[in-house]
Design a protein around this ligand. Structure first.
Ligand code: HEC
Ligand code: HEC
Ligand code: HEC
Ligand code: HEC
Ligand code: HEC
Ligand code: HEC
Ligand code: HEC
Ligand code: HEC
Ligand code: HEC
Length: 336
């Protein structure tokens, strides 16, 4: 295929920069390639949308250029990415507040800037296909990526191109990624999971129970987590949240033999926080189920008993009191 013709404004630049040999020597002696691939540039969102070389490179009018100051490639990238700010001010501002920016400001120059995730000249839609999002994060967070790939969510995304499952950014955000190891993030995990896991229509497709969130909120762990969160989200909760039982990036189907909640592994999971409990400990808990005739029948019948017993007892008492009162009035009238 013929490369598309360069736009007239770009032609002057590309007359030199279309040469694969063109390079500059940086402060530390390393070479920076100055080659721009015309074909791929015009296939990109910018090249394809009339964004020309000088729309980004506002400081370069012709040749010679302002002197190149960078000591090394990373130095150059960390200055040049500021060019994105002009048109994408919102996303730029969002990143300022992110964990990546904090890490960068702290002196870890490997933390990503716009061009690490999007490239500079060959930007294509970052979410097409959807797995591309997790792949992008995975280039640096490889251990987490491998755990994720083995999870019920990651497997569905990668092996079945399923777009219903979460990618990294559904849980962490994109440009404003915050520290996931603080109390508020931890206290927010049940809501994070239940965005999808309380959605009847979505979960219906997979025949997964949507009671998980409500039953969690009602049990001894969830009650405290939600109370503490309402009081002060910055207090660390030691009670279990979804990820303490299910895992974080390595969540498995609940009947997978390697799942942390499958029957044979469950007590080990409880023992992370209840170290001395006996083998049958998990049986004392109704899990995510509303007790019914088939599951936790005893709990169900005890509940049912109280549901009948309490109204009947209280109702009986009320009837008794009313009758007694009527009786006493009638008696008094008779005496007069
Ligand atoms: C006559 C050939 C020539 C033309 C025309 C040219 N450049 Fe360059 N460019 C170079 C060379 C050589 C360098 C290496 C650094 C230097 O000599 O300043 C370079 C470096 C660069 C750099 C990296 C260093 C820096 O200063 O940031 C950018 C970006 C750049 N050119 C963009 C452009 C743009 C945009 C245009 C069109 C307006 C353009 N160039 C036109 C030859 C050229
Ligand atoms: C969307 C904004 C944008 C557009 C459009 C753009 N550039 Fe760049 N350019 C950048 C950024 C950002 C960098 C720094 C990349 C890095 O970190 O290496 C850069 C770097 C360069 C470099 C240095 C070598 C390199 O790849 O790092 C050259 C040369 C260059 N641009 C030339 C061009 C030419 C020629 C065009 C037009 C065909 C163009 N640029 C269009 C943003 C842009
Ligand atoms: C001169 C203005 C301008 C600059 C500077 C600029 N962009 Fe863009 N960018 C655009 C336009 C226009 C679009 C297309 C908007 C749209 O599709 O709604 C776009 C779209 C995008 C998209 C969305 C792609 C998609 O289809 O979802 C990304 C990602 C992006 N730019 C990244 C960058 C990065 C990274 C830089 C810096 C290297 C940059 N932009 C610099 C104008 C600019
Ligand atoms: C850590 C990687 C990463 C960094 C750093 C990053 N982005 Fe993105 N960006 C993404 C991903 C992933 C998406 C797609 C998100 C989605 O579709 O859910 C995206 C989406 C976008 C979009 C299109 C959707 C939208 O929000 O309009 C634009 C434009 C964009 N980024 C610009 C930028 C700019 C400008 C910077 C730097 C200030 C930047 N990004 C930094 C990963 C990154
Ligand atoms: C270019 C490499 C790179 C890319 C791409 C990248 N990250 Fe990071 N990320 C880092 C570095 C470096 C740190 C700081 C790690 C540290 O301090 O140990 C970090 C930190 C984090 C943190 C804070 C926790 C921590 O370990 O400090 C989260 C959360 C995070 N990244 C999520 C993401 C997500 C989500 C994406 C994709 C949208 C992504 N990252 C893409 C390099 C990257
Ligand atoms: C279903 C939600 C979810 C998805 C999807 C997810 N994460 Fe996380 N992530 C979390 C939670 C919750 C934590 C906090 C875990 C903890 O308690 O330490 C976390 C922690 C992290 C941390 C910091 C702690 C650490 O273990 O180093 C990084 C970095 C991170 N995630 C990156 C990623 C990347 C990259 C992806 C995609 C491959 C991803 N996450 C996908 C929920 C998610
Ligand atoms: C104390 C541990 C624990 C906590 C906390 C917990 N789970 Fe579970 N979860 C389990 C166990 C055990 C099972 C397996 C139940 C069974 O098969 O009998 C399960 C099953 C599930 C299932 C599968 C349901 C089905 O229909 O197959 C989902 C989805 C789920 N949990 C999501 C969540 C979410 C979301 C949260 C937080 C709101 C959460 N879990 C909190 C232990 C826990
Ligand atoms: C973006 C939506 C989304 C989010 C957020 C999400 N999930 Fe899921 N989850 C799914 C979908 C869809 C499936 C079914 C995947 C399949 O079976 O192919 C699933 C499957 C599961 C399963 C396996 C159930 C089974 O079949 O045994 C568990 C357990 C689970 N998720 C727990 C969690 C936990 C815990 C969180 C929060 C940390 C979470 N999920 C966040 C969409 C989501
Ligand atoms: C992340 C830690 C953590 C995990 C994992 C965990 N729990 Fe708990 N659980 C707690 C804390 C903290 C309490 C409150 C203890 C207290 O008040 O003394 C609690 C309370 C309880 C209680 C109420 C009785 C009591 O001791 O107060 C039961 C029953 C219980 N957990 C069962 C389980 C079961 C069953 C599992 C495994 C499926 C499990 N827990 C996993 C932290 C956890």
């Amino acid at each position: 295929m013929q490369p598309p013709a360069a736009r007239s404004g770009d032609q002057a630049c590309l007359s030199c920069h279309n040469s694969p040999e063109l390079s500059a020597t940086l402060g530390d002696g390393s070479k920076l390639s100055l080659f721009i691939d015309t074909k791929n540039f015009y296939k990109s969102v910018h090249g394809g949308r009339d964004v020309s070389c000088t729309d980004c490179h506002v400081d370069i009018k012709g040749y010679p250029h302002p002197k190149l100051q960078a000591r090394n490639k990373r130095d150059y990238a960390l200055t040049a990415y500021q060019l994105c700010r002009k048109c994408h001010t919102d996303n730029y501002t969002r990143t300022l507040d992110s964990m990546h920016a904090k890490v960068l400001a702290g002196g870890n120059f490997q933390a990503p800037v716009c061009t690490d995730c999007h490239s500079a000249h060959y930007v294509t839609p970052p979410n097409k296909p959807r797995r591309r999002i997790s792949d992008t994060c995975g280039t640096c967070h490889s251990n987490i990526y491998f755990a994720y790939v083995s999870s019920v969510h990651g497997k569905a995304l990668l092996e079945e191109s399923n777009v219903d499952v979460p990618v990294c950014t559904d849980c962490h955000g994109v440009h404003n990624i915050h520290d996931p190891r603080v109390a508020a993030f931890r206290a927010g995990t049940p809501e994070m999971c239940s965005k999808c896991h309380s959605d009847e229509k979505l979960m219906g497709k997979y025949k997964i129970s949507t009671q998980v969130f409500q039953t969690y909120l009602a049990d001894f762990h969830g009650v405290t987590v939600s109370l503490v969160k309402a009081e002060n989200p910055n207090i660390w909760t030691y009670k279990a949240v979804c990820t303490d039982c299910h895992g974080v990036h390595d969540i498995k189907k609940v009947d997978d033999p390697t799942s942390s909640v499958v029957r044979q592994n469950l007590v080990k999971t409880c023992r992370k926080c209840h170290p001395d409990v006996i083998e049958s400990f998990p049986a004392a808990w109704t899990s995510h189920y509303q007790p019914n005739k088939d599951r936790y029948a005893l709990v169900y019948y005890v509940n049912l008993f109280y549901k009948i017993f309490i109204p009947v007892t209280i109702g009986g008492m009320m009837v008794f009191i009313v009758l007694d009162y009527v009786r006493s009035i009638v008696n008094r009238r008779r005496k007069v």
